[in-house]
Design a protein around this ligand. Structure first.
Ligand code: URA
Length: 441
C-alpha cells in the first residue's frame, strides 16, 4: 500500500470514522509483512485507544489477525477441543490446575499461553520453572501431542496469529493495551487459531487486573462473547475478583508447586476450589458436557481422586520436563533467602493488595519489567494463612523468597501496609462476581 493511504487511514481513525474491512486488512497485513513501519502502527493503535472501534471493525481486525497465520483444524478426536483463558491476575495458577481435569473428562486442551509482564504472572513462566520443560513447541509438535496426550501447554508460535504477536509487543511499550477492541481481537485471534470448540474466559476485575472497573470488564466481556460466538466457539465468561492474590503463593515455581499440591485433591481454600471447578464446569457445559452442576461434580470427583497429578506429569514428560519433580516437588531447591513477615496486630487477614504484591514480585525477580528480562523461578511469596483467618500480632503470615538481599529488604519494609488485617472477618463468599453468556449483566 502506498504511504499516503496509510496516513489517510490513521487520520480516518483519528477523526473517529469507521474503517472498512479491506482498509483494516491492508493496514494489519501490511504491518505483518513489514511494509508498514512500527511508528505508523503505533499512531494507529493510539487513535484506536482514544476513538475505539465499531463491532464491524473489531471483527475485521480479529479475522485479519487470524488470517496472518495458520488456523489449526482437529479431525478424528473423540472429544471436544477446549481452552481456558485468563485476562491476567496475581497468583493465578488456575490454568495448570484445570487443564489436567479437563483432560480427565475427555477433552483436548491446546492451551497457548503467554509470559508474565508487569505485575501479572504468565503460565509459560510457571511452566519454565519445571526443569527441562519446553514451552517452545512447533506447530507440527502441537498437532502430534494433542491427540496423544490430550493437552499441550505452549507459547504462541510464529505461525499462530503472528500479526497479534507483533502488535501486542508494540501495544506493550506504547501504553495501548487497555482498549476493548484491541484486547478482544488479540485474545481471540490466538483462541480462533487453536481450532477450539469451547472456551471459558476468566475475566479478572479489580485493583490487580487491567479491567479495574466492572464497567470496563462488562464491555470487554460483551465484545469477547460476540466475537467468539461469531467465530463459532461456544464461549462462557466469568467475571472474577482480582483485588487479593489467588491462593497461597505468588511466583513461578511456588505457584507451580501449589498447583501440583492442589492436583493431589487437597486444599482448604474454598474460593480457589470453587473458582477452578466453576471455570471448568462452564466450558464443559458450553460444549455439551453439562449441565453445569453435573460437570462440576465430575470435575470435583477427578480433583479429589488425585488423578490430575498423573495427567499433569504425562503432559510435563511429553514436553521434555522432569516428571519426577511433579511427584516429588520437595526435590526442587528453595530460593537462597527466605524471610518471614509477621502480623502487625490481632485481627482477620481479610486480604492483600494484589497490585502491590504483583509489583513486589517483579522487584524480587519473579516477574519482568520489559519483555527481554529473565525471571527468577524461585522468587515470590508464600502466604502462611488463608484469607479470612484470624491472626495474632507477631504471628508469621508471609514468607518472602528471593536471591537479592536488597530487593528482599525493600519488599519487606513496605509489605505490612499491603496486608488487610481487620477486627471483623470480611471475605467474599465467592470470587465469581458475574457470569456472562451473551446477555446483559
Ligand atoms: N492478553 C492478550 O493476549 N492480549 C491482550 O490484548 C490483553 C491480554
Amino acid at each position: 500500500m502506498i504511504m499516503h493511504t496509510i496516513i489517510d487511514l490513521i487520520e480516518k481513525k483519528q477523526q473517529g470514522k469507521e474503517l472498512t474491512r479491506n482498509e483494516l486488512r491492508d493496514f494489519v497485513l501490511g504491518y505483518h509483512r513489514g511494509e508498514v513501519p512500527d511508528y505508523q502502527m503505533a499512531a494507529f493503535l493510539m487513535a484506536v485507544y482514544f476513538r475505539g472501534m465499531t463491532p464491524e471493525e473489531t471483527s475485521a481486525l480479529l479475522d485479519t489477525m487470524v488470517e496472518s497465520g495458520v488456523k489449526l483444524k482437529w479431525e478424528g478426536l473423540n472429544g471436544p477441543v477446549v481452552d481456558k483463558h485468563s485476562t491476567g491476575g496475581v497468583g493465578d495458577k488456575i490454568s495448570l490446575m484445570l487443564a489436567p481435569l479437563l483432560v480427565a473428562d475427555g477433552c483436548y486442551v491446546p492451551m497457548i499461553s503467554g509470559r508474565g509482564l508487569g505485575h501479572t504472572g504468565g503460565t509459560l513462566d510457571k511452566l519454565d520453572a519445571i526443569p527441562g520443560f519446553r514451552t517452545r513447541v512447533s506447530l507440527e509438535e502441537i498437532k502430534s501431542l494433542l491427540p496423544r496426550i490430550g493437552c499441550v501447554l505452549a507459547g504462541q508460535t510464529a505461525e499462530l496469529a503472528p500479526a497479534d504477536r507483533k502488535m501486542y509487543s508494540l501495544r506493550d511499550v506504547t501504553s495501548t493495551v487497555r482498549a476493548v477492541p484491541l484486547i478482544t481481537a488479540s485474545i481471540l485471534s490466538k483462541k480462533c487459531s487453536e481450532g477450539l470448540n469451547g472456551l471459558v474466559i476468566d475475566l479478572k476485575v479489580g485493583h490487580g487486573a487491567f479491567s479495574d472497573t466492572k464497567e470496563f470488564a462488562e464491555k470487554l466481556a460483551q465484545a469477547l462473547y460476540e466475537n467468539a460466538t461469531r467465530a463459532d466457539i461456544s464461549t462462557r465468561i466469568l467475571l472474577t475478583a482480582m483485588d487479593t492474590p489467588i491462593g497461597r503463593t505468588i511466583g513461578n515455581w511456588l505457584e507451580t508447586r501449589e498447583a501440583i499440591e492442589w492436583l493431589h485433591g487437597r486444599s482448604d481454600l474454598i474460593e480457589v476450589n470453587e473458582l477452578t471447578l466453576s471455570l471448568g464446569a462452564e466450558v464443559l457445559d458450553a460444549v455439551g458436557k453439562g449441565p453445569f452442576d453435573a460437570a462440576y461434580q465430575r470435575l470435583e470427583g477427578y480433583w479429589k481422586s488425585g488423578c490430575g497429578v498423573e495427567i499433569f506429569a504425562k503432559i510435563v514428560a511429553a514436553q521434555g520436563g522432569d516428571a519426577d519433580v511433579i511427584f516429588h516437588p520437595e526435590k526442587m531447591p528453595n530460593a537462597p533467602i527466605i524471610k518471614t513477615v509477621t502480623a502487625s496486630r490481632d485481627g482477620y487477614l481479610n486480604g492483600a493488595d494484589a497490585l502491590w504484591f504483583g509489583k513486589a514480585g517483579v522487584i524480587l525477580g519473579a516477574g519482568r519489567r520489559v519483555v527481554s528480562d529473565s525471571v527468577d523461578p524461585l522468587a515470590g511469596f508464600v502466604f502462611l494463612k488463608a484469607w479470612g483467618d484470624f491472626v495474632k500480632a507477631g504471628e508469621p503470615i508471609v514468607e518472602v523468597h528471593g536471591s537479592n538481599e536488597t530487593a528482599v529488604a525493600d519488599v519487606i519494609r513496605d509489605l505490612p501496609q499491603s496486608l488487610t488485617i481487620e477486627s471483623e472477618r470480611k471475605v467474599l463468599s465467592s470470587w465469581v462476581l458475574a457470569r456472562h453468556e451473551g446477555k446483559s449483566f
